[in-house]
Ligand binder design. Sequence first.
Ligand SMILES: C[S@@+](CC[C@H](N)C(=O)[O-])C[C@H]1O[C@@H](n2cnc3c(N)ncnc32)[C@H](O)[C@@H]1O
Length: 169
Amino acid sequence: MLNGIPTAQLEEQINMFHRLIDKYQVKTFIELGTFIGGLAYEMILKYPEMTVYSFDVDGSHLHQKVIGLPQIHIRDVFQEDTVNFISNIINSSNGTVLLFCDNGNKVKEFYLYYPLLRCGDLIQVHDYPAEATPELVQDVSENYFDLEPIDLDYYLENGTVCWRKISLN
Ligand SMILES: C[S@@+](CC[C@H](N)C(=O)[O-])C[C@H]1O[C@@H](n2cnc3c(N)ncnc32)[C@H](O)[C@@H]1O
């Protein structure tokens, strides 16, 4: 329970967000998969300076406290128009973007959305090893040299994985 809303995130996982946001001075938080809205609401309340967007294809689980908030978007993140919408959000952000993949197919989201990131932006894929699979982590470490893992062992132990896009020059 977080701010009166049930959340899928454990306390330590919430703390990881706070640390990431503070350390990298995240200006835009994009959540793919809102569900009840507990995490989105925490971000909205805790970081009034940060722009929050949360997307879900199904609004039927949303808590009363988040229904109708402008930060909540009922859209399918695999639709081209949503990808374009999120691409515009990323490109117009005036600072670090944290893209949190917590949706129906997290690996697919990662491969779809990773190319949209700018240098310095962060991408986090949730539910290791069930959904953020070991194969994904291995593929990134072997082939995606512009992604730097953040505290890999610690994040994996806590069921998630996070990378920062860096310049190769
Ligand atoms: C694990 S829950 C999200 C939990 C939430 N991030 C939290 O921390 O409380 C996954 C959500 O992804 C949504 N989802 C599944 N497929 C989707 C799609 N194609 N586009 C948008 N949302 C989708 C589901 O409706 C579900 O609410």
